[in-house]
Structures are given as C-alpha cells and as structure tokens.
Design a protein around this ligand. Structure first.
Ligand SMILES: Nc1ncnc2c1ncn2[C@@H]1O[C@H](COP(=O)(O)OP(=O)(O)OP(=O)(O)O)[C@@H](O)[C@H]1O
Length: 255
C-alpha cells in the first residue's frame, strides 16, 4: 500500500550571489514562472518553488504533472522522492519510492560499475544482501559486460545512462516518479527500456509523471495536476485539467 498527503507543502530555495547584472535579473524574472523574491538588502534571493501545495494520492493513482517551464514540477517530484523536505507545511509519504529523475544521483565516478550498483541499491532502500541480489539483473539488462569492473568515469554518457537506468529500475517501487519519457541509448536498448518501464508503471501503486505532452498524459494517467509558479492550479481528470491549462494560454507541445 502507498499513500501520500501533502498539506500546504512549500519549498523555498535560497540562491546566493546571483544578482550580478540587473538586466539579466529582470529578464529572468519576467520569463520564468517561478517566483523570485528580491531581497535588496542581501545577496541572497529566495525562489518560492512550491507554494502551499495540498493533495492526497492513493493506490491506483496515475498522476500526470503539467505546467510551463519553471512551474515547480521537478521540485514537487523531488519532495515526493524525499530529496527536498518541505520548508513549510507537511509531506507524508508512505511506501518505497523510486525516482527516475536525477537518474545518476549518488553515483560515484571513481567507483566501478559493480560498486555503484551496490551503492545505488542501498540508496534505493535495499539492505546490502538485497543490493547484491540485483547485480545479476543489472548485468543482464545493461549489457555492459566487463566494463562493470571499471570506474564509471571511463564510461560514455550512453553507458552511464544504461547503468543508471538498469539499477534504478531493478527494484519495483510502490511509488514511481518519472520525468518525461527518458531517452536511453540506442534504439535496441530504448525498446527494452520502454518495456521495463511499462512493467514498472503497471506494478506501482502510485505513479507521478511530469510531461509536456498531452498525448503522454492521456495515455498513462488517470489524474492530472497543473502547476503554475509553484501553485497547484487544478487537480482532476486529464481531460478537464488539460482543457483548463490550454484555456490559460498554454499550447500543447509540438503545436
Ligand atoms: N536548485 C535550485 N536552486 C534554486 N532555484 C531552483 C533550483 N531548482 C529549481 N529552482 C527554481 O524553482 C522554480 C521551479 O523549478 P522546477 O525545476 O521545479 O520547474 P519545472 O516545472 O520542473 O520546469 P521545467 O518544465 O522547465 O523542467 C524555478 O523558478 C527554478 O528556477
């Protein structure tokens, strides 16, 4: 069973010494959706990336997250992944969470592929023995062969992604967090990756998927949240929320 309650959850991020040029600052303030607060008395700015977001999620929810650039989607996914604790309000998350955003987070470039499998497995909440048990699956799925004995700094970016994806998807989570559909490597690997992801989506109790594509949201989700400037604007079926989002002047990707 999985259960999530966000009660007026807010996230404020401090940005230091970023007010270099007034014009640049003004430009960014106007173009991005996040609320950048100007504190003239110091070199610290505070970005209100999430503003009092409240909702509840239960088993069976397949939740699409929509919103423009800088709306707070990734920040919300990081709260749900327990990467960011809310700076205000409350976030209660029950269940094993796997996040496919920040895929290579926690990877050590000086450690070998095998060592990284164990470390990442432990980060995903496994005991060491359980982490060792996923090694064979990762070996088979990543097809990295003897490269797994080498430090991962010697890998190409495609090889890194194969390893990170194989490890992150080796454990079935209760709550699965995805950011767009990730392009992973060459066509043959991408096909296997998609199949593995679909299985994970079907077996997870709760899924969150941030996407700029209406088609993806309609295909995978039975509920949609719309974020704008850190605020939750709407929570409902994909059809109603996408309609409200487009009525607000946003165009579907590709239009
Ligand atoms: N590490 C950080 N430090 C400071 N500000 C940040 C950080 N991460 C995000 N922000 C700010 O928080 C706000 C929300 O960003 P977020 O990445 O959550 O948006 P998003 O909806 O995922 O956007 P996109 O669709 O472009 O990925 C933005 O104003 C962004 O500039």
């Amino acid at each position: 069973m999985a259960h999530i309650v966000l009660d007026k959850a807010s996230v404020e991020l401090a940005v230091y010494n970023s007010r270099g040029r007034a014009l640049k600052h003004e430009l960014f303030r106007r173009t991005v959706g996040g609320g950048v607060e100007d504190r003239r008395d110091s070199s610290v700015q505070v970005v209100k990336a999430l503003r009092e977001v409240s909702f509840e999620a239960r088993d069976g929810d397949r939740i699409g997250l929509i919103g423009g650039n800088g709306a707070g989607k990734t920040t919300l996914l990081r709260v749900l992944s327990r990467v960011y604790p809310p700076t205000g309000g409350r976030a209660e998350i029950e269940g094993r969470v796997s996040s496919l955003i920040d895929l290579s987070m926690g990877m050590d470039t000086d450690a070998t592929g095998y060592e990284n499998i164990i470390m990442r497995g432990v980060m995903l909440g496994l005991h060491r023995k359980q982490a060792e048990a996923i090694t064979q699956d990762v070996e088979e799925f990543s097809e990295l062969g003897e490269f797994l004995d080498l430090p991962i700094r010697t890998y190409s970016s495609g090889m890194m992604l194969r390893l990170a994806f194989a490890v992150s998807t080796a454990v079935q989570p209760d709550i699965l967090i995805l950011d767009e559909v990730i392009g992973v490597g060459d066509a043959a690997f991408a096909e296997r990756a998609e199949l593995r992801m679909h299985n994970m989506i079907s077996n997870a109790n709760i899924v969150f998927l941030a996407s700029h594509s209406d088609e993806t949201i309609k295909r995978f989700c039975n509920r949609t949240l719309w974020m704008k400037a850190g605020t939750l604007m709407a929570d409902g079926t994909p059809e109603e929320v996408l309609a409200a989002y487009h009525a607000d002047g946003h165009h579907a990707a590709g239009e």
